[in-house]
Design a protein around this ligand. Structure first.
Ligand code: HXC
Length: 280
């Protein structure tokens, strides 16, 4: 699908994406690249990283992959520093790495709960913490008048409750709390915008195939107000919108620069699913 945004919307920016080699993260990597950004991706699996970097490079996108686990402070530090060493700066951090599985609370071990908290919530904080000095408007490599952007990918399941996902609900609620608190502190102190995207059920992702096998696709009309699954492209376009802080955002109107005043927002991109109720 063609992007509505100007292909220079992210020109000159350097983005680091955790979980950027597959699923929603990879689509964001691709669209950031197609809109002018250089892209570093961090992930645990070398083969996934290599495949993703090849695909991005084939599109003419400057890309590099760094192996690492967001649960390890030394990995976070090394990958952030390697990104800056390779591309000279860091403007955008996207926290898309996540762990998930279905487990009833009764059967979930405390370590299983902690594992998902460690990947999603603590991992997001760790990456933000390590990236901070580079995202500041006067940080190393920066010669621009504005600070950087952090984009945290969460979910909508914790707005209410979700069967067999107590660990993910807690973790994503924590991620949303990080988004708001960092937006307050780092927006005020360093001109860094911190926003979130909360995807609903997105087709062709690990989350969909692992978590909602046939239920969603069999019941779409009843459960999703706009009656269809989302696409990875929908999330990536929301990400480009939030990341764009320069002029010339839209191909059809050179004066628009919408994302630059958005800070501390968490944008649900779920077709309105989280609002749905049984019909009377
Ligand atoms: C119950 C489980 C389990 C399962 C792991 N555990 N899988 N418990 N059911 N299916 C428990 C283990 O028993 C162990 O606890 C603890 O979790 C750690 O397990 P490990 O296998 O050692 O962890 P690790 O190898 O680090 O694997 C991490 C993982 C894994 C999260 C468990 O599934 C993973 O990395 N998956 C790939 C990433 C992924 O799923 N991405 C999709 C995200 S989709 P004990 O007590 O035995 O030691 C997404 C969408 C969210 O996030 C929104 C949806 C609407």
């Amino acid at each position: 699908m063609e992007s509505p945004f100007n292909s220079n919307a992210l020109r000159g920016k350097v983005a680091l994406l955790t979980g950027g080699g597959s699923g929603i993260g990879f689509e964001i990597s691709t669209q950031f690249g197609k809109h002018g950004a250089s892209v570093a991706i961090m992930g645990r699996r070398r083969n996934v990283l290599d495949g993703a970097v090849s695909a991005l490079t084939a599109l003419g996108i400057p890309a590099i992959g760094f192996e690492g686990d967001v649960r390890k402070l030394e990995d976070a530090k090394r990958v952030v520093e390697s990104t800056v060493r390779h591309f000279g700066r860091l403007d955008i951090l996207v926290n898309a790495a996540a762990g998930n599985f279905l487990a009833a609370a009764e059967d979930l071990s405390p370590n299983g709960f902690k594992t998902v908290m460690d990947i999603d919530t603590v991992g997001t904080f760790t990456m933000c913490h390590e990236a901070l000095k580079y995202l500041k408007k006067d940080g190393p490599g920066k010669a621009v008048p504005n600070g950087g952007l952090i984009l945290n990918i969460s979910a909508t399941l914790h707005y209410t409750a979700a069967w067999y996902q107590i660990h993910v609900s807690a973790a994503k609620a924590g991620v949303d709390a990080l988004t708001r608190n960092l937006a307050l502190e780092w927006g005020t102190d360093y001109d860094i915008r911190v926003n979130g995207i909360a995807p609903g059920p997105i087709g062709d992702t690990a989350g969909m195939s692992k978590l909602q096998p046939d239920e969603i696709s069999n019941n779409t009309r009843e459960s999703i107000p706009i009656y269809k699954l989302g696409e990875k492209w929908d999330i990536a376009m929301a990400a480009v919108y939030l990341a764009s802080d320069a002029g010339n955002l839209f191909t059809f109107d050179e004066a628009m620069c919408l994302g630059k005043y958005i800070n501390g927002s968490i944008l649900p991109v779920d077709g309105g699913l989280w609002l749905s109720r049984p019909r009377y």
